[in-house]
Design a binder for this molecule. Structure first.
Ligand SMILES: [Zn+2]
Length: 190
């Protein structure tokens, strides 16, 4: 698995793309989208997450994975559900189309956290748990994939809960340069 793979609205994964060696992630929550959902993740990304989770806990923050691998078909179902309920324009704006979600790589995670024994489902950028992740995730190989102010570059709205494993080296480069994965690829191909 290439940890630096770029997936977005212009670089789609095929219906047949299923990552190798996904491991089941045992977390105290399932996805917000579907309660029967089972979290699965790339093993290296999961190991990195466990390290990050342990260090977050030392800092006083209880973070968990809410959503990880999603198949093409799963994303298709979510997209179609939203399009049916709220219209196609809304779905195109707020839900990745099938093939455009990097959750299909098994390298992306949506974070949820627990505070005062309660799971907090509406993660915001000023939550201390999220702030801790913004500052530290790169040390474990994760980047904030859809940052604020980069919506036109990534093609996605700001998602303070969505992190992507790219490996420590690239994560650190992206963090210190304050760029996105798209900009990293433009820079290196120009
Ligand atoms: Zn996500």
């Amino acid at each position: 698995m290439d940890y630096t793979i770029l997936v977005n609205k212009q670089n789609l994964l095929s219906r047949n793309f299923v990552p190798d060696n996904l491991v089941e992630v045992h977390e105290p929550t399932g996805s917000k989208l579907d309660k029967t959902y089972v979290n699965r993740l790339n093993p290296q990304a999961y190991k990195a997450f466990k390290d990050m989770q342990a260090d977050a806990l030392k800092a006083g923050y209880e973070i968990f994975i809410d959503s990880s691998y999603r198949s093409f078909e799963y994303q298709e179902r979510v997209f179609n559900d939203v399009a049916l309920k709220k219209g196609l324009a809304y779905a195109q704006n707020f839900v990745a189309a099938p093939g455009a979600s990097e959750h299909q790589t098994g390298l992306a995670i949506d974070i949820i956290f627990r505070r005062n024994a309660q799971m907090v489902e509406n993660q915001q950028e000023d939550d201390p748990e999220i702030k801790w992740l913004f500052q530290n995730a790169h040390q474990y190989g994760f980047i904030l994939r859809y940052p604020k102010g980069k919506e036109k570059v990534t093609g996605f709205n700001f998602e303070p809960w969505h992190f992507r494993y790219v490996g420590k080296k690239l994560a650190t480069k992206i963090f210190t340069s304050n760029i996105t994965l798209e900009e990293y690829y433009n820079l290196s191909t120009n």
